[in-house]
Design a protein around this ligand. Structure first.
Ligand SMILES: [Mg+2]
Length: 209
């Protein structure tokens, strides 16, 4: 993975600014949403470092620790009518550290736990490939789904009724933001703390109470 160049980051900044304006326009019209307009905004979330503490290749429920406010943030965006979609690089699969079944089992546990507070994640997308994967099936020189490539986000945009201009991605690395930028989705960098409080600040137009 190449680090994001300065020019890329500058473009992202420009994009974020213009997208924020687009979001304002969208939210102005939310109260006027008609049945003929079924598109919904999506909250795209990186997983490790955003929803759970990134301890490196987390794949067991017993090692999983929610970020403070993460569950509550998901439930709040559910209530606000947003789709909540996880997009996560999981090269640990390609590297042979754990299996797709392990990842799916962990996501099922996350969903079960979220259900306890009335929250849910609409979809999990994970990217198992890596250029150096020892597992043949997961080796790819430039995996299209692996962030900073936009494959997972573009697929979600095709598979769900998403209003792209109103959507946002939350990531903890420049590669997350670049994948969003390349998908035409605005993005914000989360650097730790309380995720719900962070989103309340980043998206004051959304009621996350
Ligand atoms: Mg992360």
């Amino acid at each position: 993975m190449q680090p994001a160049s300065i020019s890329t980051l500058a473009r992202q900044q420009t994009f974020l600014t213009s997208s924020r304006n687009a979001a304002s326009r969208y939210n102005t019209s939310v109260s006027e949403t008609s049945p003929a307009s079924p598109l919904r905004p999506a909250l795209f979330l990186d997983r490790d470092g955003v929803l759970n503490e990134d301890q490196g290749y987390v794949h067991r429920w017993e090692d999983f620790r929610w970020i403070v406010g993460a569950r509550e943030a998901v439930a709040a965006f559910n209530r606000a009518g947003w789709l909540v979609i996880v997009v996560t690089n999981q090269s640990g699969i390609g590297r042979g550290f754990y299996s797709e079944d392990d990842v799916q089992a962990l996501h099922a546990k996350m969903s079960e736990d979220l259900g306890g507070i009335g929250g849910h994640i609409d979809a999990f997308y994970y990217a198992p490939h890596h250029p150096d994967a020892p597992v043949d099936a997961y080796r790819h020189p430039d995996p299209p789904d692996r962030k900073p490539n936009p494959g997972m986000i573009l697929r979600a945009l095709r598979e769900w009724p998403i209003e792209r201009a109103a959507s946002i991605l939350v990531g903890d690395k420049p590669s997350d933001l670049e994948a969003a930028f390349r998908s035409g989705v605005r993005a914000v960098l989360f650097q730790g703390g309380d995720l719900k409080a962070f989103l309340a600040s980043a998206l004051p137009e959304v009621d996350v109470s």
